[in-house]
Design a protein around this ligand. Structure first.
Ligand code: FE2
Length: 355
């Protein structure tokens, strides 16, 4: 019989770099011609946003924001170490990195022997030498894959009726998705190593904007809105996939940590706030449901609701919610870091059998 630990984290790229860059996405968004002129004036921002911005463009708030998230990663890491998984499955989104015009799979498992990356190079918001750890810009990280576990999970999902794509390598010349890479960099924030097998599991979260906005701020950098891309897999499907993954891995010989990796509402995806701050009300509603172990609130989201709330990436958490629902787990650690100016609300959590 397998054993499962549930985990939720963020892969927000801001923590790779120096603290003074943490408001990068807001600064970038404010340059966009699509942001209404009145929202470029701080006096028109919601009061909590003005307070967080303060007199120093958010520098003071950045320290606290980062400290809480990093502490959250340390707490989550302790629980993973205590659990001693054979491998971790990371549900993460590809943001126009591996999957572009050639093919956008709804779901895809990477069946790998290893993951080898140089994360401080070749990313437009890469901090280079100014990374948070002061590590060389060409530092190579190598994590173990878990071919057998990845293949077993893929096979089980196919037999359960999920048409899962898979890949035996990252596409040559294309960036490995930062949803996986950043998650691993942050889970090993203190650089003690992360010696567990890793199974990256792609979920098409960006759906209607994945190509059109290049999985990011493309819509704010152009005045054309472009043709809508076909949508993400609906939340009910992600939820059912999570349930099936839990059943399959529970019947496996392994100890597995199921990790959802993403921030919740993203400012740059939330049109109703003029893209300047996340939809904190919608995130609080999901947070209340998560705290109460009411996972069906995630299942019952619609694509339209999630996209209107800038919660595109929540689909990773919907997979996790399905798994926790199936197992009857409850959150036993939960840290929620709300923000108006650092692009997205972040939630870090672990889940265990209800006592
Ligand atoms: Fe993401």
């Amino acid at each position: 019989m397998g054993e499962i630990l549930g985990v939720g984290v963020t892969h927000h790229p801001g923590f790779l770099g120096p603290e003074e860059n943490l408001a990068y996405f807001l600064e970038e968004t404010l340059r966009s011609a699509r942001v209404p002129a009145h929202l470029k004036e701080t006096r028109n921002w919601p009061a909590p946003m003005q307070a967080e911005w303060g007199a120093d463009r958010g520098r003071t708030s950045a320290s606290e924001h980062r400290r809480r998230v990093v502490d959250g990663f340390r707490a989550v890491r302790q629980r993973i170490d205590a659990f001693r998984p054979d491998f971790v499955v990371i549900w993460g989104d590809d943001q126009y990195e591996q999957f572009t015009e050639d093919c956008i799979p709804p779901f895809a498992v990477f069946i790998l022997d290893e993951i080898r990356v140089q994360p401080f190079q070749s990313v437009e918001y890469s901090p280079g030498e100014r990374n948070a750890w002061g590590e060389p810009v060409d530092k190579t990280f190598c994590w173990r894959g878990h071919r057998e576990g990845a293949s077993y999970l893929t096979q089980g999902l196919i037999e359960a009726g999920f048409d899962i794509a898979y890949a035996y390598r990252f596409r040559p010349g294309a960036r490995p998705p930062h949803s996986f890479v950043n998650t691993l960099l942050y889970l090993d924030y203190d650089r003690t190593g992360f010696d567990y097998g890793v199974v990256p599991f792609h979920v098409n979260c960006y759906g209607s904007t994945v190509v059109r906005s290049r999985g990011g701020l493309g819509h704010l950098q152009s005045t054309e809105s472009g043709v809508r891309d076909p949508s993400a897999p609906p939340p009910w499907r992600c939820f059912e996939l999570g349930r099936a993954a839990a059943r399959i891995l529970r019947d496996s010989p392994w100890r597995v940590a199921l990790i959802a990796s993403s921030s919740w509402s993203h400012a740059f995806l939330t049109e109703k706030t003029g893209w300047i701050h996340p939809d904190v009300e919608s995130d609080q509603r999901l947070l209340r449901a998560l705290r109460a172990g009411d996972y069906t609130a995630f299942r019952d989201l619609t694509i339209a609701e999630a996209e209107a709330a800038g919660q595109h990436e929540i689909f990773n958490w919907v997979c996790l919610a399905g798994a926790m629902y199936e197992l009857g787990y409850q959150p036993d650690y939960l840290e929620y870091v709300e923000t108006y100016i650092f692009n997205s609300d972040k939630c870090l959590a672990t889940f265990a059998p209800a006592r």
